[in-house]
Design a protein around this ligand. Sequence first.
Ligand SMILES: C[S@@+](CC[C@H](N)C(=O)[O-])C[C@H]1O[C@@H](n2cnc3c(N)ncnc32)[C@H](O)[C@@H]1O
Length: 206
Amino acid sequence: MDQNSQPTDSMLIDGPRAPIYPLIAGQIRDKLEIKEGTAIDVGTGPASLSIAIARITKLKIYAMDISPEMLQIAQESIENDGLKDRIKPVRGDVHRMPFQDSFADLIFSRGSMFFWKDLVSAFREIHRVLKPGGAGYIGGGWGSSSARKKIKDRFKQQNESYKKPPKIQIDTLEIAVREAGIRDYILINDDSGLWVSFKKDEVFIG
Ligand SMILES: C[S@@+](CC[C@H](N)C(=O)[O-])C[C@H]1O[C@@H](n2cnc3c(N)ncnc32)[C@H](O)[C@@H]1O
């Protein structure tokens, strides 16, 4: 495995109860307005964002990760939160997702794209698995500058080293999204982090 293929502890920040997850979950719900149907969390880690989204929507969520160890932690978090009827852990690689075409109404992902081997094929897969009219919200960040500061301060107080995640430039992200065939997208690069929010075109017949 190359050095960028594994997340550092500082990128998994405190599990499901870390306040950034409800913050980001609220941003996704309010921006995309998808509150029911089927969702996939790509690179779910301990399923923290899946849990936060399940709490504020009626979505049935597939929490996907390439790592069996992460899925074990995810399973425990989901059970501890009493959400095993709503969130299902699934092993899968973003580059070959174990879902049929047009499966999901919403696909979201936080902090995982930095580890993907091929951004274009990953976005192509995400686009394939989305239903026409469905939406994606993919990226990384802390939700707000104050949340980011709190996490950095906490690491300083505990004398833990804060390791910055590998970076993706906004231009690189945009090129990958366009090459994957996604046309209806918005890039977000602000205090909430670097994200791409997009819609898959509806199919009109006749
Ligand atoms: C930094 S963690 C983020 C975890 C979680 N989304 C969060 O915000 O706390 C990145 C996760 O992406 C997963 N991952 C890396 N490459 C992947 C791939 N190709 N397909 C699916 N998951 C992947 C890792 O196993 C890890 O759990």
